[in-house]
Write a protein of this length. Structure first.
Length: 653
């Protein structure tokens, strides 16, 4: 029989064992690292469809790894609103053989609360492209999301802030430039971010440098800056700067919150100027009133004196000089009263066309040959104003324009309708509604900025000594304000000035027509009661009245006048009373009582200042004389008062 043989085969698998051991050690090490991670780490094998999780799934989300061991279980934890989109993203990544995927979505925790997560995964494929494994991790980013939301809210607030918010580093490089900064300064954020704010030409004063040094030294600064916008506008800015300490090795930042106060400053200046002009008006009105009483004494007595003197004598010439000086003084006080809005105006509906047609030749005669006058055609609108004062105001504006062009030029006069809105009315300090803007413009020297705020002040003038009184524009301003309007001025040095007189438009009113002349009947022998608290002025009035043939009786106040009128032994035909008098009864109140109790008495009121004597509208039934007045004016007023009384008696009024 044959021999039996035994073959023994030995293979050294020591290296394989060591390799397997290394793999297991690496796997164990990786799992240990994964378990030590604060994130939830996962490992999915396609062959087994098993989803392995480290301990982070329990620590972060509160889930047992065994409960989330399949892809389906993981999908169930995704927020319903996010689920389909996330699954589609994974499928797309798998189809395109993407190696890495990063997604953000909401995952439900064990307590039922959804947590914001970022999911970063790594895909592994076989050589044929089949997905074999996915390794990744979930990180809780809820706090980051909340911080981002807060930042978005803060950014929204910054973007919606009305103030310009600018952040710059300590070298002035712009890091943040909000929309309000864009609107305020004129540069977009894209144009300035990364550039130095000092390159923009916004800050041209030394205050900026001093403020920057202060904020770096003390941590904050607040104050006012004068800055310049991109288009060259001057900005009045209220600034609040704070030094924000840098983090992560960054240097500090300057947070600047700048508020544009330009319009507010302009309105404050406008209010200040209006208040100043109002105070000046009160002062000049009071002075003019007292001065007019003195002028009344001077002019009245000088007029009577002239009649008694030989017209060829030196005394007559001296008396005439006194009368002329008094007349010039009366004109001066009239302008002061106009500025102070204390003149008695008689507003009527005046045709602008008719006034321009009538006054145009007069304006032309006041101009030298090298000054052209262009009166532009206007529609036949009507202004509600005192015609004589309006004509004088426009003449003053034309003369001012002439004086601004010593080398010649063109004066343009026009009128336009203007619908003043509520907003514009508040700014102009007038009522809203329809106005006529009567504008006189020139191409002369213009007015310096520092003078613009003072041009309406009485006696202010930039003309050489002896040229003008400085009352022309103040009279225009006072007339406009008393008429319910205003004056606006635009001027540019070396280019010219445009002054607009805004007056209320007359609506539904008939044109003014010439009043018939008063009756020419005599005043001789008629009795008149004269009332004035100034004894010297009262004596002068009685002498003037006597020269007209009237029999006069004097009273120093309204109470005394009523006592005299109550006497049965005297019957008066006229009452001549001052408007402003001491005591509880003013001239206007006295006139009202007299017209009711003694309707046959003709009433004439006189004053140098009506401001404190009662509403002007209460005088409309009586004749009014502005002091100082001449004897002829007094006679005319008395005749008109007599005619009005006769008309009233005829119509049983």
């Amino acid at each position: 029989m044959g021999a039996t043989s035994l073959a023994i085969y030995f293979r050294d698998i020591s290296s394989e064992k060591r390799q397997q051991q290394l793999v297991e050690e690496n796997e164990e090490r990786l799992r240990a690292v994964a378990n030590a991670s604060v994130d939830a780490v996962y490992d999915w094998h396609a062959e087994t469809n098993h989803l392995w999780w480290n301990e982070g799934i329990s620590h972060v989300f509160g889930h047992d790894p065994a409960d989330v061991s399949t892809i389906a279980a993981w999908e169930d934890l995704i927020h319903p609103d996010d689920r389909n989109a996330i699954i589609d993203r994974y499928r797309s990544a798998r189809a395109s053989r993407a190696e890495t995927v990063e997604l953000e979505y909401r995952l439900i925790a064990a307590q039922g609360k959804y947590i914001e997560v970022v999911d970063r995964s790594r895909f592994f494929y076989a050589t044929d492209g089949t997905l074999t494994r996915v390794v990744g991790g979930l990180r809780n980013i809820s706090e980051r999301k909340r911080a981002e939301a807060r930042l978005r809210e803060q950014a929204e607030l910054v973007n919606k802030a009305q103030d310009a918010i600018v952040v710059r580093d300590l070298d002035h490089k712009v890091l943040l430039w909000n929309p309000s900064a864009e609107r305020m300064y004129g540069w977009s954020a894209d144009e300035v971010i990364g550039r130095k704010v000092t390159e923009l030409g916004i800050n041209k004063s030394s205050v900026f440098v001093e403020a920057h040094e202060t904020v770096c030294r003390e941590g904050s600064w607040s104050g006012e800056l004068v800055q310049t916008s991109r288009d060259g506008r001057t900005l009045e800015v209220e600034a609040r700067w704070t030094l924000v300490e840098g983090t992560d090795g960054q240097s500090g930042r300057v947070l600047a919150i700048n508020t544009d106060r330009t319009e507010q400053k302009r309105l404050e200046e406008h209010l200040h100027q209006a208040s100043k002009l109002e105070a000046l008006g009160q002062l000049t009105g009071g002075v003019a009133h007292d001065f007019n009483n003195l002028l009344m004494i001077i002019s009245g007595n000088s007029e009577l004196l002239e009649e008694r003197l030989d017209s060829k004598s030196l005394d007559h010439e001296l008396s005439s000089m006194i009368s002329r000086a008094a007349a010039r003084g009366a004109d001066l006080t009239s302008r002061l009263l106009s500025f102070g809005r204390r003149q008695t105006l008689q507003p009527v509906a005046v045709s602008v066309q008719s006034l321009f047609r009538g006054a145009g030749p007069l304006w032309q005669r006041t101009l030298p040959a090298n000054v052209l006058l262009d009166v532009e055609a206007v529609s036949d609108t009507h202004v509600c104003a005192d015609q004589s004062q309006w004509e004088l105001a426009l003449l003053n504006l034309v003369l001012n324009a002439r004086d601004a062009m010593p080398l010649g030029g063109t004066i343009t006069v026009d009128a336009r309708q203007s619908d003043v809105s509520q907003t514009e009315a508040a700014e102009l300090d007038i009522g809203p509604g329809q106005y006529i803007a009567l504008t006189v413009s020139d191409n002369g020297s213009g007015i310096a900025t520092e003078h613009l705020g003072r041009i309406f002040e009485p006696f202010f003038s930039t003309k050489p000594a002896g040229r003008g009184t400085g009352l022309g524009l103040s009279m225009v301003y006072g007339f406009a304000r008393q008429s319910g309007g205003t004056v606006t001025v635009r001027s540019v040095l070396s280019e010219g000035t445009r002054i607009s007189l805004l007056l209320p438009q007359a609506v539904g009113v008939q044109n003014s027509i010439a009043k018939p002349q008063a009756s020419q009947r005599t005043l001789v022998g008629m009795r008149i009661l004269a009332v004035d608290d100034n004894p010297e002025l009262l004596a002068s009035l009685l002498r003037l009245l006597a020269s007209l043939g009237l029999v006069g009786t004097g009273a120093e106040n309204a109470d005394q006048a009523l006592v005299i009128l109550d006497r049965r032994d005297e019957r008066f035909d006229f009452l001549l009373s001052d408007v402003v008098m001491p005591g509880s009864i003013s001239g206007v109140s006295l006139a009202s009582q007299v017209s009711k109790r003694w309707p046959h008495i003709g009433i004439v009121l006189a004053s140098g200042n009506i401001e404190h004597g009662g509403p002007v509208e209460n005088m409309s039934d009586h004749q009014f004389l502005q002091k100082p007045f001449r004897r002829s004016q007094l006679r005319e007023a008395l005749l008109k008062a007599s005619q009005k009384t006769a008309d009233r008696k005829e119509h049983n009024v």
